[in-house]
Design a binder for this molecule. Structure first.
Ligand code: GDD
Ligand code: MG
Length: 365
């Protein structure tokens, strides 16, 4: 089986992290985002994965060299010379996607959920039409693509409206599809094309597009606030499964559960950590530190008595003693927050040193 992951885009909404690494390589729950997807695809027997990129492919290529071997999949990079949108990359990769008649998966690279690929494949084969998109319910549908069903039909889609200005429904495109190879005939070569604005409406018109309801959590983690929310949802789902990836609630530092700690990280005395915290590789946490709803990326240091909430601490950064970070603060790579400093939200670009309080959310360059 085959799959294409839409990796392109500059990931500007996840700056300053994406100034250092392309978005798919940013660790989500201690694993590069894209590995969550590659693993799930490999698990249902996908053997060929196209990564559609238009941004710094060389970093990804280096990183993913061994990944293909590890999971027994063929990973090929399909590089656009100009961004081809969300459908153009499918046509560009036609040689791989249409190498046989079997349907292929398409994934937006910035979504997290429990990937239902086997059920999706079974459902798609059962209805026999051209395409199936995974849908989920959200409270704010205007940020997404919204689907409306044919009256009296449980899955056939009647309308697909990308980023609707007026409310049309709350069931949205989760950014995961399975499509027949015939869909490729609907996409023009070498022209930026939107799957949401052009291809889906055309398939809908022919009554060939179905929806598949996602069970469980879902989040587009392409911006910091949603990255933190998505992390909470993911950790909760691990907790429900009593996953060994979470620290045991009997650890003295765990407070409220849902805490993930890389085995190489060091945690000081009398810390209160959780709920919803991810601590990455080689992180050092001092004594008496309070962490909640945050991700500490590899190589960072949080000094004694710091208080960190709703924050992403970028790689190799240092948070000073008694410092306080909250309100969706994102530190880039190699940032230093001085002792006793307060940061009330915003982004700090890589290699900065913060020596004065940041009382209102700001971008610090
Ligand atoms: N290769 C390539 N080339 N990939 C691209 C390009 C491009 O020109 N433009 C965007 N992408 C990738 C992004 O990296 C992302 O993985 C995916 O396509 C979707 O783009 P976003 O920019 O994240 O779109 P969105 O979040 O506003 O909306 C999309 O996702 C929603 C679900 O999260 C749409 O598909 C919506 O319908 C959907 O509800
Ligand atoms: Mg997105």
């Amino acid at each position: 089986m085959k799959a294409l992951i839409l990796v392109g885009g500059f990931g500007t909404r996840l700056r300053p992290l994406t100034l250092t690494l392309p978005k798919p390589l940013v660790e989500f729950a201690n694993k590069p985002m894209i590995l969550h997807q590659i693993e799930a695809l490999a698990a249902v027997g996908v053997t060929d994965i196209v990564l559609a990129v238009n941004y710094r492919p060389e970093i990804m290529e280096n990183f993913l060299k061994e990944t293909g071997e590890k999971y027994g999949v063929n990973i090929v990079f399909s590089v656009e010379s100009e961004p081809l949108g969300t459908a153009g990359p499918l046509k560009l990769a036609e040689a791989v996607l249409a190498k046989d008649d079997s349907p292929f998966f398409v994934l937006n690279s910035d979504v997290t959920c429990e990937y239902p690929f086997q059920e999706l494949l079974d459902f798609h084969k059962a209805h026999g039409d051209e395409g199936t998109i995974v849908v989920t319910k959200v409270e704010e549908p205007s940020k997404y693509g919204v689907i409306v069903h044919k009256p009296n039909h449980p899955s056939r889609i009647d309308r697909f409206v990308e980023k609707p200005v007026q409310f049309v429904g709350n069931r949205i495109n989760a950014g995961l599809y399975i499509l027949n190879t015939s869909v490729l005939d609907r996409i023009e070569k070498n022209r930026p094309t939107s799957i949401e604005q052009e291809t889906f409406p055309a398939i809908v018109k022919d009554g060939q597009l179905h929806s598949f309801d996602l069970e469980g959590f879902w989040m587009d983690v392409g911006q910091p606030k949603d990255f933190l929310t998505g992390t909470c949802l993911y950790l909760s789902s691990l907790a429900k499964k009593q996953s060994k990836l979470l620290a045991s609630n009997s650890e003295p530092f765990v407070h409220g559960g849902n805490v993930m700690v890389d085995p190489s990280a060091k945690i000081g005395k009398n810390c209160k950590i959780g709920p919803n915290v991810v601590i990455g590789k080689d992180v050092v946490i001092g004594d008496g530190v309070r962490l909640q709803r945050c991700t500490i990326l590899p190589g960072s240091k949080v000094k004694d008595h710091a208080w960190v909430k709703s924050t992403i601490v970028g790689w190799n950064s240092t948070v000073g003693k008694w410092a306080r970070l909250e309100n969706v603060t994102v530190l880039g790579d190699d940032v230093t927050i001085g002792d006793e400093i307060y940061v009330n939200g915003g982004s700090v670009l890589p290699h900065k040193s913060i020596k004065a309080n940041v009382d209102v959310p700001a971008i610090i360059m």
